[in-house]
Design a protein around this ligand. Structure first.
Ligand code: PLP
Length: 442
């Protein structure tokens, strides 16, 4: 039908501003959104065909690049066969194949997959499973959760609770559950105080475990890299010690690998850096190569066994209309297959090596501090910066966008997290643009 308000880019923006409410957006001050018409590889294209390099992989989701022919084919094939079926009382090959594949890729007995729709719901499910597993065991005193300062796990109620230290969710504080916060020992190139910070975090953990003996249900952490807190990287030895302490106190460990999974830290899963196995792991974003909303909470066999019985009270009261959507599961299988077919982890290592050549360039700048690289991620702080969506960070974002780069600083943190298909030429362009943006706004 013809739209009386028009379909030119200008008209789309006008109608957007009339009808649409965007995520994490202050519509009172936000500049007009950019209309994206097409996406291919590492690039987005506006309605005039102008290219924007997607250097943050569209909120870290896009792993193999936009419009990958093999993933496109998988979604088309599945759409012809079965677009959706409810997942209670029914099952289907894409969901089973994907669960088996994930179980094979994850270490130890992380074998049981509960599907949901996005990162937040995978965290919600993890919290509910952890909590109910104690109820099912009859240890009903274990109700407190431990999370990290700066941790972000999504914005449903449980996820906001464990992300409460971000101060973003103040309006909901009375709805949130009991969570204790540990300091996060973030590190960077040339950091000479990391051991001290790690010792501080571990002794805070020790104090928590002894003050709250047998009342802590679970610990949740973004392993190796806190994303939304501003790409804060920790050392594998810290992660390992943390998990050992939690397990010694019978505390369940939830790894939120929503952002870190599928190569984002250089290994398929961030847990591989530390050689540890959590009790639950949350996966989403890159699970479908960034194509579709799908998430998985994968748990150890013995945790699943605690939900078995003859009584529905022991079962997990959770599920969504679109649980294990076949289109999304087929897409995820295709996306996972590409790691072998395209030797994706080897390409990630090359991206990492290129990022490392930027460390000296950044170190030479007086307006940059705390530069760091992990896998395909490069990050640093700019002196001008400040809070989330500060004036300075908005200006920097606007300059980058106007010049063809999707780089969105988080407060004072500027970072690149490109799709793995990015070419060397595109990377060189990204570095030059990133630096020019700093020069222009200096
Ligand atoms: N967990 C982590 C570590 C995340 O980075 C995010 C999103 O950025 C989430 C959970 C929430 O995921 P979603 O936005 O898909 O709900």
């Amino acid at each position: 039908h013809s739209n009386p308000l028009g379909t030119s880019p200008k008209d789309i923006v006008a109608r957007d501003k009339r009808y649409v409410w965007h995520p994490y957006t202050q519509h009172g001050t936000e500049v007009d959104p950019q209309v994206i018409a097409r996406a291919k590889g590492a690039s987005l294209f506006d309605t005039n065909g102008n290219e924007i390099l997607d250097l943050i992989s569209s909120w870290w989701t896009c792993t193999h690049g936009h419009a990958h022919p093999k993933i496109n084919a998988a979604i088309a094939r599945q759409a012809e066969t079965m677009e959706h079926v409810m997942f209670a009382g029914f099952t289907h090959a894409p969901a089973v194949d994907l669960a088996e594949t994930l179980a094979g890729l994850l270490p130890g007995d992380l074998n049981r997959v509960f599907y949901s729709d996005d990162g937040s719901t995978s965290v919600e499910v993890a919290i509910k499973i952890a909590y109910q597993s104690w109820v099912n065991r009859g240890e009903t005193r274990r109700r407190t959760l431990i999370a990290f300062d700066g941790g972000y796990h999504g914005d449903t109620l449980g996820a906001m609770s464990v992300g409460r230290s971000s101060q973003m969710f103040g309006a909901f504080k009375d709805l949130l559950c009991d969570v204790r916060i540990l300091p996060y020992p973030a590190t960077f190139e040339g950091d000479d105080a990391v051991e001290e910070r790690e010792a501080g975090a571990l002794s805070a953990m020790e104090a928590l475990l002894s003050d709250h003996k047998e009342t802590i249900a679970a610990l949740i952490v973004e392993p190796m890299m806190q994303g939304s807190a501003g790409i804060r990287i920790c050392r594998p030895s810290f992660l390992k010690r943390l998990v050992e302490m939690a397990h010694a106190a019978k505390v369940l460990v939830i790894f939120d690998e929503v952002a870190t999974g599928f190569g984002r830290t250089g290994k398929l899963f961030a847990m591989e850096h530390a050689g540890v196995t959590p009790d639950l792991v949350c996966l989403s974003k890159g699970l479908t190569g960034g194509y579709m909303p799908l998430a998985a909470t994968v748990v150890r066999d013995r945790l699943f066994d605690l939900f078995l019985g003859h009584n529905f009270d022991r079962a997990l009261p959770h599920g969504h209309s679109f649980t294990a959507n076949p289109l999304a599961c087929s897409v995820a299988l295709a996306a996972l297959g590409l790691y072998e077919e395209e030797q994706t982890l080897a390409r990630i290592a090359e991206i990492n090596a290129r990022h490392r050549t930027m460390l000296d360039v950044l170190a030479a700048r007086s307006d940059v501090t705390r530069q760091r690289v992990l896998g395909p991620v490069l990050a640093f702080e700019v002196a001008e910066g400040g809070a989330y969506q500060s004036e300075a960070s908005r200006k920097l974002r606007a300059w980058y966008l106007a010049n063809g780069f999707n780089i969105r600083p988080i407060g004072s943190t500027v970072y690149l997290m490109p799709p793995y298909c990015i070419t060397d030429e595109e990377l060189a362009r990204a570095y030059a643009g990133m630096v020019e943006g700093l020069d222009r706004l200096a």
